[in-house]
Design a protein around this ligand. Structure first.
Ligand SMILES: O=C(O)CCC(=O)C(=O)O
Length: 302
């Protein structure tokens, strides 16, 4: 598999989020509540200098190394709380390998599907989000994100074609000036302890973000087969109702995977709390020999 090829994950067919471009997958309860508590405690013990504050105050920290200006990973050892107990890095890698191994050709490959070499921790206080962005070509086109703490709603955005009649747009920065449609293409509910996997065209030609707000309301699609393909279709699909919550609710494409299809079709709302996410990824270029390699300029492509 070339670094730029999206992997096929036939073992995850049943976890694929319907109604969105290919492909994203939602796995509820990937870790236990005890593991969640432990990981949150370890993130909370992160030394102050390791945090970087961005945007509206969201904090992030990198484990496994940081990226140079030239998009090369300057590797560092993963801490024990990610590599030994719980062995979450290995578990995510093994889970993805098993999902790909259902495809017999890929099953013969020794190469790991993701081969995690960096973990990005994002810590959101209530009301904080992350603007729509792509993770970019420096990484293998598959990322897996573990959610801890609060539920949240991740929005999938798309670029607007320069020839399209001008819909509302989000001002862009760092996306080569390409216009982003202000109305998301879809929404995914990320519950605590879930694993969310983003790959394919959702990785390479769409954006994802989390709106900065203090509460979310959401609703399941009427039927899974009716997951709307566009945000406008999602709005049209909502029943005409005087119920304000229902009218403002985000239609979450993974409702059934999140176990919500058994609930009455009504709008749900929750107050966000602090949320931490761990994004597992693979930087394509790694500096050979760590700090020594930095001095000697060695590069390894994995
Ligand atoms: O917090 C999340 O679930 C998303 C994080 C993310 O998109 C990123 O760090 O690139």
């Amino acid at each position: 598999m070339a670094a730029s090829d999206p992997p096929s994950l036939p073992g995850l067919d049943a976890s694929r989020v319907p109604g969105l471009p290919p492909a994203c997958y939602y796995i509820p309860d990937f870790i236990t509540p005890d593991e969640e508590t432990y990981l949150l405690r370890k993130v909370g013990e992160t030394p102050q200098p390791k945090w970087k504050t961005v945007g509206s105050g969201r904090r992030l920290s990198y484990w496994g190394g940081t990226m140079s200006k030239n998009s090369v990973l300057l590797p560092e050892a993963m801490p024990d709380w990610l590599s030994s107990f719980p062995d979450i890095v290995e578990r995510v890698d093994a889970f993805l390998d098993a999902a790909a191994a259902a495809d017999t050709d890929k099953g013969k490959s020794k190469e790991r599907v993701l081969g995690i070499n960096q973990v990005l921790v994002n810590e959101y206080q209530r009301g904080q989000g992350i603007s729509p962005h792509e993770d970019g070509p420096a990484f293998r086109p598959l990322v897996a994100t573990l959610s801890l703490g609060s539920p949240t709603i991740l929005d999938i955005h798309h670029y607007v074609s320069p020839t399209a009649p001008s819909p509302p747009m989000i001002p862009t920065e760092g996306n080569e000036g390409r216009a982003i449609a202000a109305v998301p293409l879809g929404h995914v509910l990320l519950m605590p302890r879930s694993l969310f996997i983003l790959t394919g065209s959702l990785y390479s030609s769409h954006l994802h973000g989390i709106a900065a707000r203090e509460r979310d309301s959401f609703i399941a699609p009427e039927r899974e087969s009716e997951v709307p393909a566009t945000a406008q279709a999602a709005e049209d699909a909502l029943p005409r109702s005087t119920n304000k919550a229902k009218a403002e609710a985000n239609v979450v494409a993974n409702a059934s995977l999140a176990g919500l299809d058994t609930l009455p079709r009504d709008a749900f709302a929750y107050e966000r709390r602090a949320r931490t996410s761990l994004t597992f990824r693979h930087a394509n270029k790694v500096l050979k020999g760590g700090a020594f390699g930095l001095a000697t300029g060695g590069l390894r492509r994995t």
